[in-house]
Design a protein around this ligand. Sequence first.
Ligand code: FMN
Length: 213
Amino acid sequence: MKVILVNGSPRADGCTFTALKIIQERLMENGIEAPIYQVGSKPVIGCTGCGGCARTGKCVHTGDAVNEVASNLRAADGLIVGSPVHYASASGAVTSFMDRLFYSMRSSDLKLKFGASVVSCRRGGASAAFDQLNKYFTISQMPVVSSCYWNMVHGFTPADVYADKEGVRTMQVLADNMAYLIKMKHAANLPLPEEPPRAWTNFVREDLLAENK
Ligand SMILES: Cc1cc2nc3c(=O)[nH]c(=O)nc-3n(C[C@H](O)[C@H](O)[C@H](O)COP(=O)(O)O)c2cc1C
């Protein structure tokens, strides 16, 4: 059992990392591997919409960890993405990373794997950033694992995060809940549900489309 953790902060050992470390320790206590990938320290290019990934299953931009995380995520049970709050949003690096990761991965590689996001802010904007990150999971058939509060810690330094006792507990409960759901899924060992045929309509009415041809 394995969960991939992603730190989208430019600070490799800052507040977001501290939140992820608390989760990592708890997942490991539950017998789950939990490697942390540092992705926010170097600039991460955004999706250039080239469509290369549709042909090869890989992102054409190879200067960061997108393809490595994708390949590890295929064999994992879940993904937890962490971001500092930057202007009431996820960081630019993590947004670029998640756009390219999710756009380049096949939906069958994500379907019914568990997802969660955690955010760290000094003061405000955490729930907006949290909502933003959860959207990647909810468009990808990934059940979002919840905790006893929205997954946020507060602080400017790791010591601040540890002093945010409710935030620490929220991270621990999140890790325990994710571990429980992963174990339940393994124990059930059910085949994944089949899907209806694909529909792709772009919200365009067929009759108007024909008129304008
Ligand atoms: C560019 C930038 C924008 C930020 N915007 C916010 C913000 O909107 N709200 C907030 O509370 N903190 C904001 N912060 C502070 C960080 O979110 C906060 O200190 C966070 O815990 C840092 O996490 P880290 O150590 O993992 O980078 C901002 C920091 C930076 C560098």
